[in-house]
Write a protein that binds this ligand. Structure first.
Ligand SMILES: Nc1ncnc2c1ncn2[C@@H]1O[C@H](COP(=O)(O)OP(=O)(O)OP(=O)(O)O)[C@@H](O)[C@H]1O
Ligand SMILES: [Mg+2]
Length: 416
């Protein structure tokens, strides 16, 4: 009998782990942690079995399970603290007997009270109720939007199936995981794919339309043919720009955690970019001025960076200033030193941006007026690229703007 008892706990752990593995395999990664809760419950149960002189079936009814051989308390609280996610132990009435430190922010002052007083989410309460009634683990998901958007997933695992327990005995392990970040990433990925295909589909549909027209109605009309071919060339350029920008964004993202190590003087980089964009500015009758402060000569501003990426930041910002600037207006590009930071700012006197758009400007494909941006040949990726490059350089991007007056985009980078 003693040999059998010694054999039971490891067996229970093994069964719990095998169950976790099998369930994880079928349920997919989302629930992998959930079955880890099941495994933890198995481990708790087996630990309890190991510290009890008799099996549950043979337990004396008035013996309190929190006591074991020698009168030691069953250390389930210590075991809870070994679970990295918020975890709580409930009795069979749903009263919280204990919680690990990770659960403190979810259930402040919850100990000794019914779980419904600590959390009112119907999904969580129903999972607890069902788990206790059926004696089997129940998963749940809670989505809330107020005060902040949050996604919690969790599992309520009864420790002893449907066995009758004393009301105050530990009966159920509740493990919760904050899934908000994962949920947002999954949403962003889905949005990105939808946006990218939409952006590609639009010029593609236009190209297909013109091909059909050229094969049919405009077949023998040289004037129409030339006009349509010019539009088709424009659409094809737009598609290839979009693909270039997407590739460039993914390349930068891949390297984002590797900070650049070259010493780069900002002034010559900016001068090259301004020279390259001058024809574009002249077309809009805009003057681009590189401003140098009283003591500032530009050459002194050296950062640890990647020259091409810094040129891309300047190009995207100055190009935007030209695109959304005032016809006949003025753009000021300034390089300066501020304490231990290098500062590049691009200021225009154009249409400006309403405050509600500012926080979203660096999202991929976000544009204030999508139609307007598309007509100007924009892909909506320019500022997303800027943000990722600035992140890689451990810098910050700051945007201030007043509708109707203009905008200032400022990049601050650590000096070399
Ligand atoms: N200087 C600016 N003034 C006013 N609005 C701006 C300015 N810069 C950016 N914006 C707004 O922010 C949006 C996003 O800019 P972003 O550079 O990411 O995309 P885009 O210019 O539309 O396209 P792309 O840069 O890929 O060609 C723009 O569509 C525009 O609405
Ligand atoms: Mg742009």
């Amino acid at each position: 009998m003693a040999a059998l008892r010694a054999f039971v706990p490891p067996l229970a752990i093994a069964v719990a782990i095998v169950l976790a593995g099998v369930a994880g395999h079928f349920a997919g990664p989302l629930w992998g942690w959930g079955v880890a809760g099941l495994a933890a419950a198995g481990a708790l149960a087996s630990f309890w079995l190991a510290t009890h002189p008799v099996s549950r079936a043979a337990a004396v009814p008035d013996q309190h399970p929190a006591r074991s051989r020698g009168g030691d308390a069953w250390p389930w609280l210590a075991l809870l603290s070994g679970i990295p996610d918020p975890a709580l132990m409930l009795d069979s009435r749903g009263v919280v007997l204990g919680a690990n430190p990770a659960a403190a922010s979810f259930f402040p002052n919850g100990i000794g009270r019914h779980i419904s007083l600590a959390n009112r989410s119907p999904e969580l309460l129903s999972a607890v109720e069902q788990a206790l009634a059926r004696g089997s683990a129940q998963s749940f998901q809670v989505r809330s939007v107020v005060p902040v958007e949050r996604t919690l997933v969790g599992q309520a695992t009864p420790l002893f199936g449907q066995q009758k327990l004393e009301p105050t005995e530990p009966a159920l392990l509740l493990v919760i995981r904050d899934h908000t970040a994962e949920h947002q990433i999954a949403e962003m990925r889905a949005d990105f794919v939808a946006n990218a295909s939409h952006e590609l589909r639009t010029p593609l549909a236009s190209l297909k339309g013109f091909v059909e027209t050229l094969q049919g109605a405009a077949k023998d009309d040289p004037v129409a043919r030339d006009k349509f071919l010019a539009i088709m060339a424009l659409q094809a350029t737009r598609m290839s720009r979009l693909i270039d920008d997407l590739l460039s964004l993914s390349r930068i993202e891949m390297r984002e955690h590797v900070p650049p190590t070259d010493r780069v003087a900002l002034a010559p980089v900016i001068a090259d970019v301004v020279a390259a964009l001058r024809p574009l500015a002249e077309k809009a009758n805009i003057v681009v001025e590189v401003v140098q402060g009283a003591t500032l000569l530009g050459e002194g501003v050296i950062v640890l960076g990647d020259r091409d990426e810094l040129a891309q930041v300047a190009q995207n910002l100055i190009q935007n200033a030209i695109k959304y600037g005032r016809l006949g207006g003025r753009i000021e590009v300034a390089i300066s030193r501020r304490a231990d930071r290098a500062q590049l700012s691009v200021k225009d006197d154009g249409i400006g941006i309403a405050p509600e758009h500012l926080p979203r400007l660096t999202e991929r494909f976000y544009r204030v007026v999508p139609k307007d941006s598309r007509e100007r040949g924009g892909t909506g990726l320019g500022l997303a690229i800027v943000k990722h490059i600035v992140n890689r350089h451990h810098g910050v991007l700051d945007i201030t703007s007043k509708p109707g007056e203009g905008s200032v985009f400022t990049v601050r980078l650590p000096l070399a």
